[in-house]
Design a protein around this ligand. Structure first.
Ligand SMILES: [Zn+2]
Length: 230
């Protein structure tokens, strides 16, 4: 019994590993676009508390897993999750996983919280222009061409996401901003952090907890990524 269990455990670990690295689809092209999906928080780092038992970390993982499954079906996309279980991943480890994968795009998923109960909708952030020696925001002409390209791509993806999420959060796109997020540090790829819905808003909390909405959010993101690479 023990031996069999061990075998099963080994097998399931192997399968988890396969799933984690997104090689489940043998048809994935060698030159496929590499997408890293980062379900924020995990383990002891729960993020925003949503209910007594559910935290932001659970929702980000639920959405990320569906998004992963959706994108894994695409032959021109190779997809990776920074975590596929409820475990804490430090900011350094996260950056290591992301950079090791040399992503063509990083999407990090969070759930928002506001001070006001009526705050609602979704927000998108892309890596900023960076700071110059005096601590001011770098000017566009001082950016390397590659950085400008990454920002342009992030903006283009953000526009697709805004359009596709609008059916779930009608007219509640709260815009696209640049921000120095820890997950962006040292990253050389287009990237977005998406803060989906407000756990502090009772209506949105209810929505976010619904499995149906989680799937719809993931599908809206997957649709955006697919049209980006079409
Ligand atoms: Zn968060």
């Amino acid at each position: 019994m023990y031996h069999i269990m061990k075998k099963i455990l080994k097998m399931s670990l192997f399968l988890t590993f396969l799933a984690f690295w997104g090689v489940g689809n043998p048809a994935v092209a060698a030159n496929a676009h590499r997408i890293v999906i980062d379900p924020a928080h995990g383990g002891a780092d729960g993020g925003v508390k949503i209910t007594e038992k559910i935290n932001e970390k659970d929702l980000t993982l639920a959405i990320a897993r569906v998004l992963y499954a959706e994108l894994s079906r695409e032959a021109n996309i190779k997809v990776l999750l920074t975590r596929n279980e409820d475990k804490e991943v430090s900011a350094e480890k996260r950056r290591e996983i992301i950079n090791d994968h040399k992503p063509d795009f990083l999407i990090s998923i969070h759930v928002n919280r506001g001070f006001a109960k009526n705050a609602s909708g979704f927000e998108l952030y892309y890596p900023g222009f960076g700071r110059d020696e005096k601590g001011g925001r770098k000017a566009l002409q001082d950016l390397k061409p590659e950085k400008v390209k990454h920002i342009n791509e992030a903006v283009r993806m953000a526009q697709l996401i805004q359009r596709n999420l609008d059916s779930i959060f009608p007219r509640q796109g709260r815009g696209l901003r640049e921000a120095d997020m820890p997950v962006f540090e040292g990253l050389s790829a287009p990237a977005l952090v998406i803060e989906i819905g407000f756990a502090s808003n009772p209506d949105e909390r209810k929505k976010l907890l619904s499995e149906k909405t989680q799937v719809e959010i993931a599908q809206a993101l997957s649709k955006s990524v697919k049209s980006f690479y079409r």
